[in-house]
Ligand binder design. Structure first.
Ligand code: 5RP
Length: 292
């Protein structure tokens, strides 16, 4: 117990400085709990309000993808330039050192492999206790809106949002695309809005025409997926356009780790996301880094 004789009388109440009202830098998140806000602030930079997520969860459906044959070799050179590492618990536990000091988007849905025709039947593959044990900053669940198993994936989203809300862990709702799902503004507006209304705090979707309509109608931040590998200049231009049209960042995989120079690529993406570089400026930066 403190020595009572040395306790001084409180007198500095700062009467001239009323306590400041604050607004939170993440879209739609003013009214979530303090703990969830601290996690969202690890994901979205408080200065730029944006994020660079590095996705390397591909193995959970694809096995050893090009560029991710050895995650223990591929990811460490990139991770310093990411704000968030998106991966499965198996990849994190075996290949990533626990002192990485980054936010974690833990892949929590699991389902069929690419060998199956219909991959839309997913389950929740990580329970909330293990997500907490993994110190997940958010939990990623895929939604197959419009697919045969739409309702099951919606249930996965809702159960995860409920569990995350109990412990202050945000859910990242990932809009899946598949054979029967079109990549149109109409489809992405529908799917992103549905996920936000189910309560996810972050949505991941592909870039599309009139992307500003998708972001405007979605009351929570949207990050864009990269999709299959395209030339570096194009990937940087898409990133720039998405940011201009209201995206809060990227959650990219193949366009980083399959780039000719992955370390230069993720640094260039960072320039667009956090430092307002245009696609052209970022590509010049990429070329410059790559020529050294
Ligand atoms: C798939 C995912 C993956 O993480 C993501 O799509 C992979 O990133 P990329 O498409 O940029 O390689 O969420 O459900």
């Amino acid at each position: 117990m403190a020595d009572q004789d040395s306790i001084k009388k409180a007198k500095d109440f700062g009467f001239d400085h009323p306590m400041k009202k604050r607004s939170f830098h993440v879209k739609g998140m003013d009214d979530v709990d303090w703990g969830m806000k601290t996690r969202l602030s690890k994901i979205f930079d408080p200065v730029s309000s944006h994020t660079v997520m590095l996705a390397f969860d591909h193995g959970y459906i694809m096995g050893p993808t090009q560029g991710l044959e050895r995650m223990d070799l591929a990811i460490p050179p990139l991770q310093d330039y990411a704000d968030v590492l998106m991966a499965t618990r198996g990849a994190l536990r075996t290949c990533i050192r626990p002192d990485h000091n980054k936010a974690i988007a833990l892949r929590c849905s699991a389902g069929s492999s690419v060998l199956k025709e219909d991959m839309s039947k997913e389950i929740i593959g990580v329970n909330i206790e293990d997500a907490i044990r993994m110190n997940a900053t958010c939990m990623a669940i895929q939604a197959f809106i419009g697919s045969e198993h739409e309702c099951q994936s919606i249930e996965n989203i809702i159960r995860t949002v409920d569990a995350g809300n109990r412990y202050g862990i945000p859910t990242l709702g990932v809009v899946a695309v598949g054979k029967e799902m079109e990549r149109t503004t109409k489809y992405f507006s529908l799917a992103t809005r549905m996920l936000a209304e189910f309560g996810v705090q972050i949505v991941k979707v592909y870039y599309c025409d009139n992307f500003e309509e998708v972001t405007a109608a979605c009351p929570v931040p949207i990050v864009i997926a990269g999709g299959k590998k395209v030339p570096e200049q194009k990937a940087l231009e898409i990133t720039y356009q998405a940011l201009q049209k209201g995206a809060a960042g990227v959650d990219m995989g193949r366009n980083v780790f399959q780039a000719d120079n992955p370390v230069a690529m993720i640094q260039s993406i960072r320039k667009v996301v956090h430092e307002k570089f245009t696609g052209t400026e970022a590509f010049e930066f990429y070329r410059d880094l790559s020529s050294r």
